[in-house]
Design a protein around this ligand. Structure first.
Ligand code: COA
Length: 335
């Protein structure tokens, strides 16, 4: 049986950095409120005209490079996880595949909001393990700045833009980088907690015009906070049980960077020291589907991980959706 192994990691952040102080000039907020409630100090926002597909293409190119590959490499599958596709139709992935020269690769988008990267990783790992493809590219990419309401200080201070990508390849069972298991779940009864109310068939099919703000991203922060802690903790524990690891065997927990307080609470629920929970939310904010690969790359570049150490990824997002992945860390250099 083939095994899916992480072979390369690449990221791309837009060059425009937006500090809390800059946002305090646009909204009734402050650096102090944002820092204490979320842990965020700054985030990147795309330049006008820069799309999710643009960020995804650059991150994908860098992941290929990290894996020792170039544009046009033999990649059978590309999955793009995003909440902010370039167009409602078609998907963003086929265009990204074409721009990377991945001729005839299967390419599709996954819409699982902040859990999207873990969902996409599972789909790609399954394709490799089923023997359908030998190599896959998984990209989480977002331009939340395009869906944030200029009237909503709560969401506007939290979300950032960016992209992160990994290359998965066929490998051996004992190879560092191997993906060992996943836990995915959803609860659609919470669909209203995180949503863009207008622009889809629910609103269009009603024949009713929507208010302008309904085309923007909305979130019921307090309720989402409680769900995020509970779902990521439970999913992590379920996965640890299924792969036969105890929490103290986990080298690093890489959680979706939703809020520093959420990440600390999840680590606490798992009985892990907070210094084993990777955080980079301070610099990038919540980048939704891009958040886990961006956090992985930052920590890996800082030399935080040892090849072979056991890693637990966990995410929670709109839907509601959640997912966790277990892997060992490969000997790679992020680009
Ligand atoms: N600046 C200043 N004040 C703000 C503010 C901002 N940007 N946003 C909200 N406030 C105010 C609220 O209006 C409220 O005022 P009030 O007490 O006078 O009514 C007060 O701050 C507290 O708001 P509340 O929503 O209770 O704050 P909170 O501690 O729950 O923090 C979030 C808000 C959004 C940071 C927090 O709920 C959160 O992180 N939620 C989860 C987000 C998340 O994980 N999203 C992604 C999931 S994938």
């Amino acid at each position: 049986m083939p095994y899916a192994v992480l072979q390369g990691l690449g990221t791309y952040l837009p060059t425009r950095r937006v500090t809390n102080d800059e946002l305090a000039g646009l909204f009734d907020t402050s650096d102090e409120w944002i820092t204490t409630r979320t842990g965020i100090k700054e985030r990147c926002w795309a330049e006008p005209g820069q799309s999710t597909g643009d960020l995804a293409t650059e991150a994908g190119r860098r992941a290929l490079k990290s894996a020792g590959l170039d544009d046009g490499a033999d990649v059978g599958l590309l999955v793009v996880a995003t909440t902010t596709p370039d167009h409602p139709c078609p998907g963003t992935a086929p265009d990204v595949a074409a721009r990377l020269g991945l001729a005839n690769a299967a390419a599709y988008d996954i819409s699982a909001v902040c859990s999207g990267f873990v969902y996409a990783l599972e789909a790609a790992a399954n394709a490799i393990q089923a023997g359908r493809v030998e190599r896959a590219l998984v990209i989480g990419a977002e331009t939340y700045s395009t869906i944030l309401s200029p009237n909503d200080r709560t969401t506007s201070v939290i979300f950032g833009d960016g992209a992160g990508a990994v290359v998965l390849s066929c490998g051996a069972a004992d190879e560092p980088g191997r993906l060992l298991g996943f836990d995915l779940g959803s609860d659609g009864t919470g669909k209203d907690l995180i949503q863009i109310p207008a622009g889809g068939s629910r609103q269009r099919g009603s024949g009713l015009a929507a208010a302008e703000d309904d085309y923007y991203f909305t979130m019921q922060g307090k309720k989402v906070f409680a769900h995020a802690v509970h779902r990521m903790s439970d999913s992590s524990l379920a996965l640890l049980k299924s792969v036969g690891w105890t929490p103290d065997q986990v080298g690093h927990l890489v959680g979706h960077q939703a809020n520093l307080r959420i990440l600390r609470a999840v680590a606490e629920q798992l009985g892990l020291d907070t210094d084993r929970a990777v955080t980079n939310i301070e610099k990038v904010g919540n980048t939704s589907a891009a958040s886990i690969p961006l956090a992985l790359a930052d920590a890996a570049a800082a030399g935080a991980f040892q090849p072979g150490e056991r890693m637990l990824l966990t995410a929670f997002g709109g839907g509601l959706t959640w997912g966790s992945a277990a892997l060992t860390w490969p000997d790679i250099t992020p680009v």
